[in-house]
Design a protein around this ligand. Structure first.
Ligand code: H2B
Length: 97
């Protein structure tokens, strides 16, 4: 069974995932991305989609031209879990130089 993060685990988030913040409207991680244009943004989304499918953990997201917003939360436990942290780290890794 998957559970939501403990407060001890949450206290580490800013250090592990400095680019992500906690969403206001739900128990979730949120990050905004900006790319040169739509093709670059959609290319990134394609890579995230393949990653998400492989991990069987899927983002809630939106795209407007060159901007992508990704919200990570775990429906199976109705909140933020270790799966979200792992996916966020993998997404960060896609963009690492
Ligand atoms: N994605 C997210 N974000 N949360 C989940 O709880 C979840 C998921 N569950 N992707 C997975 C799929 C589950 O529905 C399947 C059956 O493993």
């Amino acid at each position: 069974m998957i559970t939501t993060l403990t407060s001890e685990e949450r206290a580490q988030l800013a250090k592990i995932l400095p680019e992500w913040r906690l969403a206001r409207e739900k128990d979730a991680l949120l990050r905004s991305f900006e790319f040169a244009d739509f093709v670059a943004a959609f290319g990134f989304m394609t890579r995230v989609a393949l990653l998400a499918e492989k991990m069987d953990h899927h983002p809630e997201w939106s795209n407007v031209y060159n901007r992508v917003e990704i919200l990570l939360t775990t429906h199976d436990c109705n909140g933020l879990s270790a799966r979200d942290v792992t996916l966020a780290q993998a997404i960060d890794h896609l963009l690492a130089p």
